[in-house]
Write a protein that binds this ligand. Structure first.
Ligand code: UN1
Length: 509
């Protein structure tokens, strides 16, 4: 595998502009940020951040593009998204490698992420012919009442490093078929993935003679604040921490903009005494160590029935003993690096804090520092026995630290599962129908995602993705999540020759 060739095929040069309105890449006065691979600590390439003038140029083009794009019939917009999906198919291997190399997740997961992009494109193409509104019966004679959905305008997408390409595509593919134009601020930790995606979509748009401004890119940390406070952007979709989400949400709400928030998770799997333990081990281990514990859907807690607690713990410890940590591009390895050394620091601090609060580690953590781990970003996935109320257990640490908690009754397990501020994903492993149904009932999981005999991570794009409480309440990708990208208009048409008022009000002149 030759990284240089892959970068070239993806249009990435040694120095790249981080501002684009489509095919047009702007030179700005912004400084350069260097993207380092957490795999080996090597500099991959640099990206120039957008400055104030670049931001304004992008917004101007986006405003103009919206006036055009909103009049293009939705199925025609879908056709562009179909071609984008095909272009992604052609670039799947290269982009998958770049995701793995720049972000650090395993190649399998990098390829999976690109597959999620392809899947959402397919979904959006179908959706482009299904942006349905309802028809209602008017209480007045010879009146017709219905609702229709119109695009919002410019959609701002602020995405996180852990899914550097898929989360953008969930938003854009839907937003585009709905008739919006998009401005993307990717994480400054993974700007090259964004530059590569922008090259792919820019070519599709150019081949279709589309104007600039339908898909724009703005790299740079200062861009986020600008988007949040910009009245020209009626919808901001933000993925990131609960801490930053609170700031985004307040800023956007103050100007009566809308936001889609996909914030922190603190996801648990309940392992019942009626669980298939072999299946549960795979679900738990993949959920906890996949993407090195850096998914918002990562499994952070296992709530295990007391009768099987010791047996399951032993199996888990054994499974962790078999984990291979190392270069994520080497398919023999299960666990790659954390995103950067700041993340390693947070991991180390979380372990120390946990120990202080009484966490008993049954698999010890630690930073790997031998020669194979030159980037300093590799850590050992670890397991600790804890109480659910510990402060560290209540927080989301973006690292492979798994907490074990014991339970006696299902009611107690559900209370523990729900007993955190976040509400993204949840699961129960059980072959007992009554338990499964109780977990999914109104008195069960309080999360946006609740699974039976599946781990907490790895959701398909067909369902709405997002969560409750401090996860922010937003929904993205499948089901009817598209409605968040459109404004609803209720229309009543009177085709009679009188003007009857609703509610039977008489008003005669
Ligand atoms: C995220 O971590 O921000 O369900 C998204 C999953 C993936 C998406 C995760 N499909 O784990």
């Amino acid at each position: 595998m030759n990284i240089t060739e892959i970068l070239t095929r993806l249009g990435i040069k040694e120095t790249n502009s981080g501002t684009s309105t489509g095919n047009n890449w702007l030179e700005t006065g912004g400084k350069n940020i260097v993207s380092y691979s957490p795999v080996n600590g090597q500099a991959i390439a640099s990206v120039q951040v957008a400055d104030e003038a670049a931001y304004e140029s992008v917004m101007k083009k986006a405003e103009e593009a919206f006036v055009f794009w909103r009049t293009v019939p939705a199925p025609k917009r879908g056709e562009i998204v179909r071609q984008f999906g095909d272009a992604l198919r052609a670039h799947k291997e290269d982009l998958g490698v770049l995701v793995s190399y720049e972000m650090g997740k395993s190649l399998q997961e990098g390829l999976g992420e690109v597959q999620e992009m392809i899947d959402i494109c397919d979904f959006a193409v179908g959706l482009s012919r299904q942006l349905y509104g309802l028809t209602m019966h008017s209480e007045r004679p010879n009146h017709r009442m219905y609702e229709q959905w119109h695009p919002m305008g410019i959609v701002g997408i602020i995405s996180a490093f852990n899914f550097p390409v898929a989360v953008w595509s969930w938003n854009t593919a839907l937003a585009w078929v709905c008739g919006n134009v998009c401005v993307w601020k990717p994480s400054s930790k993974t700007p090259l993935c964004a530059v590569a995606c922008q090259h792919i979509i820019a070519k599709v748009l150019k081949d279709n003679d589309m104007p600039e401004g339908i898909s724009s890119l703005l790299v740079g940390n200062a861009v986020g604040d600008k988007i949040n406070n910009d009245k020209r952007i009626p919808l901001v979709s933000f993925t990131g921490s609960t801490r930053v989400g609170r700031i985004v949400s307040a800023a956007v709400a103050t100007r009566f903009g809308r936001s889609i928030l996909e914030l922190g998770g603190n996801n648990a799997i309940i392992i019942s005494k009626d669980a298939d333990l072999e299946m549960s081990i795979i679900g738990a281990v993949f959920g906890a160590v996949g993407t090195a514990g850096q998914r918002c859907t990562s499994t952070r807690r296992l709530i295990i029935h007391e009768d099987i607690y010791e047996e399951f713990k032993n199996k888990l410890v054994k499974a962790y003993g078999q984990l291979r940590i190392g270069d994520p591009l080497d398919q023999h390895n299960h666990v790659g690096p954390l995103i950067d050394t700041a993340a390693v620091e947070q991991y180390t601090q979380a372990i120390a804090k946990g120990k202080k609060e009484g966490a008993e580690f049954v698999v010890e953590g630690g930073v790997l520092d031998s020669e194979a781990y030159t980037s300093g970003c590799y850590v050992k996935p670890c397991i600790a026995e804890v109480e659910n109320h510990y402060e560290i257990v209540q927080e989301e640490t973006f690292a492979p630290i798994l907490y074990l908690i014991k339970y006696k009754t299902l009611d107690q397990a559900i209370a523990l599962q729900n007993g955190v501020p976040q509400g993204l994903s949840s699961a129960i492993m059980t072959l007992n129908l009554r338990e499964a149904e109780q977990f999914l009932s109104v008195a069960g999981s309080d999360c946006g995602i609740a699974n039976v005999n599946i781990g907490t991570s790895g959701a398909e794009i067909g369902g709405a993705f997002g969560g409750e409480k401090e996860t922010g309440g937003g929904r993205e990708s499948g089901s009817d999540a598209w409605k968040a990208y459109m404004r609803r208009q209720t229309n009543t048409i009177n085709y009679s020759n009188t003007l009857p008022l609703a509610q039977g009000i008489q008003f005669d002149l």
